[in-house]
Design a protein around this ligand. Structure first.
Ligand code: ADP
Length: 541
């Protein structure tokens, strides 16, 4: 018997509908940007929507076809926000390129994506001059500026953003696209091998955005003022520019100034209520607030993700600054939301220490994704908070296959994340490591994240990393690298003593190196790859 079909309207889930909504119902809500050279720029969703439609017409006039990729190399700012909507809105694909990658990687990515037009912020003009000759298929390079600000560098087929806009009016309606069509493209950072492109659809992004706004995730509302420190070139700034439009939250875009002082100034002057960033950003902010003895008047919530959040950092913000930072886990391949850590009702009755132990976990999946862990044979392991295995995920916003690559990474319909961890009976994930960062000591595994977390609890430690280095007897042993807080000193002996009684004896690192700074990846995470290369033979004897 044929199924009885529902009889409800079917409207496509489209990126453009977010901006339409924000324009219609939150038109006078502000978008504030710190620009590179013009100070603070301020307008509202209504003005942004008008400019996005004019940019859409400009893109069509330049001959951009549905499905074609249009690249951006830009900070978090209002023109980048307009491009997010203008490019996807006409049915083309917003390809955000991470300017922190090496030149060869950028060339590879832009050519692999086959970007037709590339928009850039002026701080990247010198980079564009080097890129352009190696990316001959890019038809136009567009400076995101006014005519008088156009860079002096030798850039072929150079156009000006404000000139393109000036030539168009806003008399344009967003087309009704197929919701499954491609909307945005992001590349994984490719720490091993070439970067891989993940092509999001309008549908996957809308469902991901809805899930992100839920109360146990970002929980955004029209009373929020949100500031993504996470760059718009990194997994769509964790969807914040879309989620903010969805609910009509005020949006503050910090540009290139991501230091503690610049962020603090925006928090206070714009009355920011929510902020999102990787641990190194929150750490930097904490050190600044501490050093200057400052308080935060309106910031009360935040999200930390991208790498494991040290417990000490979460507790410090909650106790000293009344900011509740929730941990999230995700990756480019999953748009990025995989888990978010909010307590359940029953957890609120737990003693503080147990609540804090829960907060260090990566969190539980929102509706829309499912997780499981498997052993080396691919057998599902129990969700008992003890068994550790490779984490697999499936859901509405998880990659099916990579851009330009035929072979799907899926295993029986699940995406293998390359992360290792446990899942407890309530669904809370605890990552112990990335598979490639696990320390294999005498056939046993040591999780670096736990050891880093403990080191960060030391009052004079600013940052810590634990890596596995070659050991003649045990194959690998943990090595701790620590950065002391400014003006402080640390010794090997006191760090090793700090671990005593807190972890199994054989987990305690074999040595400690005190360093001035730790190398970072293009996404602002501590680069264990570089550390391993440098210290591989440290214990070789
Ligand atoms: P990359 O770090 O390679 O630039 P992604 O941003 O996609 O690319 O990184 C995803 C990876 O970051 C995850 O697979 C995981 O290893 C790590 N990660 C993300 N969030 C967390 C977290 N809260 N705790 C621990 N690891 C995390």
């Amino acid at each position: 018997m044929a199924a009885l079909m529902g009889q409800m309207m079917e409207r496509p889930l489209l990126i453009s509908s977010l901006l339409d909504h924000a324009e219609q119902y939150h038109g006078d809500t502000e978008i504030v940007s710190r620009t590179l050279s013009d100070g603070i720029h301020r307008y509202d969703y209504a003005a942004a929507a008008v400019r996005a439609r004019r940019m859409a017409k400009a893109l069509l006039r330049l001959g951009v076809q549905p499905g074609e990729r249009v690249g951006t190399l830009a900070w978090n700012g209002y023109r980048h926000f307009e491009l997010y909507y203008a490019i996807s809105g006409i049915g083309a694909v917003t390809h955000t390129v991470n300017p922190r990658l090496f030149l060869e990687q950028l060339v590879w990515i832009i050519n692999d994506a086959d970007d037709q037009i590339l928009f850039f912020d002026l701080s990247f003009s010198a980079l564009i001059e080097k890129l352009a000759p190696q990316c001959p298929k890019v038809r136009h390079w567009v400076g995101m500026c006014s005519r008088e600000q156009l860079p002096a560098e030798a850039i072929p087929n150079l156009l000006c953003y404000e000139d393109l806009l000036a030539a168009e009016d806003a008399d344009y309606s967003w087309p009704d696209l197929d919701e499954r069509s491609a909307a945005a493209l992001c590349y994984t950072s490719g720490t091993t091998g070439n970067p891989k492109g993940v092509l999001y659809s309008h549908r996957s992004m809308l469902l991901h955005g809805l899930a992100s706004c839920a109360p146990d995730v970002f929980g955004f509302s029209a009373r929020d003022c949100v500031l993504p420190v996470v760059p718009m070139f990194h997994v769509n700034a964790w969807t914040i520019p879309y989620a903010a439009a969805m609910v009509g939250a005020k949006l503050v875009l910090p540009g290139a100034a991501l230091d503690g002082a610049s962020l603090y100034e925006l928090f206070e002057t714009e009355r920011v209520t929510f902020c999102g960033g990787v641990p190194t950003v929150w750490q930097g902010l904490m050190l600044y607030l501490d050093a200057k003895k400052l308080k935060l008047s309106t910031l009360r919530r935040g999200v930390i993700g991208g790498s494991a959040a040290p417990a000490a950092l979460l507790q410090k913000f909650e106790q000293d600054y009344q900011v509740k930072i929730d941990q999230a886990w995700g990756m480019t391949e999953i748009s990025p939301l995989g888990t978010y850590n909010r307590a359940k009702l029953k957890h609120l009755k737990l003693p503080l220490a147990e609540q804090q132990a829960l907060a260090v976990k990566q969190g539980r999946p929102p509706f829309g994704v499912q997780l499981k862990i498997v052993d080396a044979e691919g057998q599902t392991l129990p969700n008992d908070g003890v068994a550790v295995g490779e984490l697999m995920i499936r859901g509405h916003w998880v990659v099916d296959h990579y851009f330009n690559l035929d072979k799907s990474p899926l295993q029986n319909g699940w995406f293998p994340t390359g992360d290792v961890g446990s899942i407890d009976a309530d669904g809370y994930l605890q990552i112990t490591d990335r598979a490639k960062d696990v320390i294999k000591s005498g056939g046993e595994w040591i999780g670096s994240i736990d050891l880093e977390n403990l080191a960060c609890a030391h009052p004079r430690v600013a940052q810590a990393a634990v890596i596995g280095v070659f050991h003649p007897k045990w194959d690998e042993r943990p090595l701790l690298l620590v950065v002391p807080r400014e003006g402080e000193t640390l010794t090997r002996e006191e760090m090793l003593a700090f671990y005593e009684g807190k972890v199994a004896k054989w987990w305690i690192p074999d040595d400690v190196v005190v360093v001035e700074a730790l190398p970072l990846t293009a996404t602002g995470k501590i680069s264990k790859l570089q550390l391993r290369e440098k210290y591989r033979q440290h214990l070789a004897g």
